[in-house]
Design a binder for this molecule. Structure first.
Ligand code: IVH
Length: 717
């Protein structure tokens, strides 16, 4: 397989590769379906299709009639049935230093209102580097096994998981009637090496690391392939459970062992930060000899009642953290520094590196973060640098090896103009703190083409409008040709098919000229003629755009590209307002900021960014123009109702049983809206000792007032 990055391919190379990929993928499909004798792994096959799709996205007009993307690959991820997790499968926040672990414990204490020196017992568990799976047992019998997927929805891989000997098909002892056990499927170093030896002997591709090979092995359509590979499983948490067999994480792990699961033998209960850090160092020193990969240690608050009170933020529990091991490092050369302008105008320096393998992955780029970072490192083009890569995080440059610096190199000068639109690029100064922002931003705003294009790309991205066939290249092309400036223009494309066809035809002619030039041929000066294929592309594109005129509120909010508002925050807001009308009304209301801030998971910065967005007239106008095209669907009501769901609650006075933060988080977890001020819309005021004006307001508006105990009784159901 050619390893040239897709964005470096000339159109001639792209055409050649698409041809090769079409033939190669068809051959693998045949071997897989007709001959039942695949010669490459799923991962390898997926990689071929992904590359094909990436090239097609960049060179839309080179898409072949026999393109593999016209056929749904039976091996694509559609192959397994989807499973909605009864309880979401969460991820973990990371800590990279001892201090960050200390801060984690501090946060837990503050949230629970504990004293600074009060100990919190945690379980410390090795963080297994495999893939997580959820196993559902009913009356002690394994009925379903699923991958994590996106945390909400995974894939049903029951037959494959059944082949893993660490996974009991029937539980021992007395299991709860419904029990979902979750843990990590992994491959030992020994099994990994044996598998790769076998693969190599059979002329099949080898896996890069044990985690990939475990993932590839459980995602086989044919369970006998999974069975032929040695996989293991450690149980460490649970999903739905009909009755709790223990009140601690430690007790749960013991229970899992009794039921017949493998639980990691190194887990330990720690009472102090010292013990925790000692455990970490101990595991770190054993790491190389364990026989399987771990990438850190996980700490979980031991008491489950405390876990419940702590709840979670976004997708990670407040009661757990992953203390990661230092990342892998390598030496390479910094060949260039490229400045990319993002959708918010941020000038992001990207290091172009001489390709180097770090922990089994080829790294070509690294982030340089911002200008201060470049200055701190004194990174210069031509320098030899040490880079590090941790998990899926973008690689970073750790330091420059000054001894190896070529003679005559000059310090890097960060541009103070936007490389795209030429506007001044400035570092804003925070009015309150007087501090300079770390990022330099282009001040071009609406006139900056880079920002406009990035905003449009973000708008059509996967978590936004996800318009099939409208990838980054087409956005750039249409923007170049004056067809696109703002989101509403995308929908207006459906009304000018002729124009779109023409632009596409011209683009194809330009590409083929480029190809002729690359092949050293004379240019042919023919006028671009529209062909049937352009009409077909436009027809498909129009259909795809029309299809997205109906859009759920959360996707719309995400697609707006408001600073600090991503997929999770957008969903949170959408769930709160439910309908477009309510959302718009909320954003126009005087207390918009306060209302936003009262939502769990939304802080001051995010609330301010949203309000800033709606304060800009041109944003509101562009949104209005967009909405004229759309039918925005409302969000479903939260599944579970509680005595306080949908109610607006105000806490005032001193709370004695919990901190304000916890009270708010719990009320919101139960579907209530927590507000900072009492109004006619308030349903309940929870008043502790010392309550003042808010209590008076409540009486004035005839709002129900509860003391803390009655409130706790109410929410206990
Ligand atoms: S607990 C509610 N415990 O790490 C918390 N996760 O970065 C859910 N992992 O998706 C996870 N070892 O795949 C937990 N002892 C352990 C773990 C562990 C490995 C993985 C798991 C999870 C990921 C989060």
């Amino acid at each position: 397989m050619t390893s040239k990055p897709v964005d470096k391919l000339t159109s001639a190379e792209a055409a050649k590769e698409l041809d090769r990929l079409a033939r190669e993928i068809a051959q693998h499909d045949r071997r897989y379906h007709a001959d039942d004798a695949p010669t490459i792994s799923d991962a390898e096959y997926d990689a071929l299709r992904l590359r094909n799709a990436a090239i097609e996205d960049r060179f839309a007009l080179l898409v072949r009639p026999d393109s593999p993307s016209h056929r749904i690959g039976a091996r694509a991820s559609e192959k397994f049935t989807k499973v909605i997790h009864a309880r979401p499968m969460l991820s973990l926040d990371n800590a990279f230093s001892d201090e960050e672990v200390g801060e984690f414990l501090g946060r837990v204490r503050r949230f629970l209102g504990l004293k600074e020196d009060e100990e919190i017992a945690v379980t410390a568990e090795p963080k297994i580097d495999g893939l997580s799976a959820s196993l559902r047992y009913e009356k002690g019998v394994l009925v379903q096994g699923a991958t994590r997927g996106d945390g909400q929805e995974g894939e049903d891989i029951t037959p494959n998981l059944r082949t893993i000997s660490d996974i009991p098909l029937r539980l021992k002892g007395k299991p709860p009637a419904v029990l979902e056990v979750r843990g990590e499927v992994y491959m030992t170093h020994k099994a990994f090496e044996a598998l790769n030896k076998r693969q190599a002997k059979d002329g099949k591709p080898v896996y890069a690391n044990p985690r990939n090979s475990a993932a590839g092995s459980v995602r086989q359509l044919d369970p006998s392939i999974t069975a032929s590979r040695t996989l293991n499983f450690f149980a460490y948490t649970w999903g739905e459970i009909s009755e709790m067999p223990s009140r601690t994480q430690w007790g749960m792990l013991e229970k899992f062992r009794d039921l017949g699961f493998a639980v990691n033998p190194l887990v330990k209960r720690c009472e102090t930060l010292d013990q925790i850090l000692k455990f970490y160092r101990d595991i770190e020193s054993k790491r190389a000899k364990l026989g399987y990969d771990i990438d850190g240690v996980v700490y979980k608050v031991d008491r489950l009642d405390l876990q419940e009170r702590l709840g979670f933020v976004s997708r990670s529990p407040r009661w757990a953290i992953a203390h990661k091991f230092p990342a892998e490092q390598a030496e390479t050369v910094l060949e260039d520094i490229e400045i990319q302008v993002g959708r918010t105008g941020k000038l992001a320096p990207v290091a172009r590196l001489k390709p180097v393998t770090v922990g089994g992955v080829v790294v070509r780029n690294a982030t340089l973060h911002n200008e201060d970072e470049i200055a701190r490192l004194d990174a210069r083009i031509g320098d030899t640098v040490v880079i590090q890569r941790a998990g899926d995080v973008i690689p970073q440059i750790l330091k420059v090896l000054v001894d190896k610096r070529p003679r005559g190199s000059k310090p890097y000068k960060f541009p103070d103009k936007c490389p795209v639109c030429g506007s001044h690029a400035v570092r804003e100064v925070d009015e309150k703190t007087g501090k300079q922002d770390v990022d330099r931003r282009c001040t071009g705003g609406l006139i900056c083409d880079a920002q406009t294009v990035e905003r449009l790309k973000y708008f059509v991205a996967r978590d936004g409008f996800d318009i099939e066939g409208l990838g980054g290249t087409m956005i750039e092309l249409f923007h170049d040709k004056g067809l696109l400036k703002e989101p509403a223009d995308i929908f207006a494309l459906t009304e000018k098919p002729e124009k779109v066809s023409k632009v596409l035809a011209e683009h194809r002619a330009a590409l083929s000229e480029e190809r002729r030039a690359a092949e050293g041929k004379e240019p042919v000066k023919t006028k671009a003629k529209k062909e049937d294929r352009e009409d077909k592309v436009v027809e498909n594109l129009t259909a795809a755009i029309e299809h997205r005129r109906t859009i759920p509120l959360d996707r719309l909010i995400n697609a707006l590209g408001i600073r600090h508002v991503g997929e999770t925050t957008a969903r949170l807001i959408a769930r709160q307002y439910r309908t477009l009308a309510a959302f718009l009304k909320g954003m126009k209301a005087e207390n918009a900021r306060e209302e936003l801030e009262s939502l769990e998971g939304i802080g001051g910065i995010v609330a301010e960014a949203i309000c800033d967005f709606f304060d800009e007239k041109h944003n509101v106008k562009a949104l209005d123009r967009l909405l004229a095209w759309l039918d925005v669907t409302a969000m479903a009501a939260p599944a579970k109702s509680s005595p306080v769901s949908g109610k607006t609650v105000v806490f005032t006075g001193t709370l004695e049983k919990m901190t304000r933060q916890e009270a708010k988080a719990r009320a919101e977890a139960l579907g209530a809206k927590v507000s900072g001020s009492v109004s006619v819309k308030t349903d309940i005021v929870v008043a502790g000792p010392g309550a003042g004006s808010k209590l008076a307001e409540a009486k004035k508006h005839n709002v129900e007032v509860l003391d803390e105990d009655s409130w706790l009784k109410l929410i206990a159901g």
